[in-house]
Write a protein that binds this ligand. Sequence first.
Ligand code: GRF
Length: 211
Amino acid sequence: MQRYVILISGRGSNMESLLDGGLPGVCAAVISNRPDAAGLALAAARGIATVTVDHRGFASREDFDAALAAEIDRHSPDLILLAGFMRILGEAFVRRFEGRLLNIHPSLLPAFPGIGTHVRALAAGVRLHGCSVHFVTTALDGGPIVAQAAVPVQTGDDEACLAARVLAEEHTLYPRAARWFLEGRLQLLDGRARLADEALVSGSLHVPQTA
Ligand code: GRF
């Protein structure tokens, strides 16, 4: 049985979509860098082991990364899923888990890396926005893209309603990509995300049906 861990910092709705996704593997732990992350209680209520590695308790980013890596290793995961995990991970951490580290980002990368994506999308006037699942590399939100879902930006949208429209797509896209990985049909090869067959390639793009 494949094992995965989920890293969170906050509310944990993507974590819940992964846990509800019927993934072919066991969630060995949910790990947060914040003790007050609401997602921790949601995971615990499902009987999943929860752990906090509080970044504020470490003198340096490297020390935090090392403690987090050691905690992850304790659970021997095949896959590590960042789900609203709001810490930048350093090079040593990323290299240690390279090829088994996925993230969901609320924009159509490479547009709008970093935070505040919905506000920036509105300010830029883009007509399409969305979310991306990607392998994590040392480039912030810059790793090889696995799958994307697009949503239209509608007249009158504000940050909250655009975020909600994107989040609904995140909740479908991330479990799908995680499933591919756990089934051995997705891998990082030569710096690209490789999908096993054409059916997956078409499933890796979701576009809105608009008139
Ligand atoms: C999501 O939009 C995710 O893409 C971004 O932060 C948000 C986390 O939400 N990185 P949740 O904690 O999964 O509800």
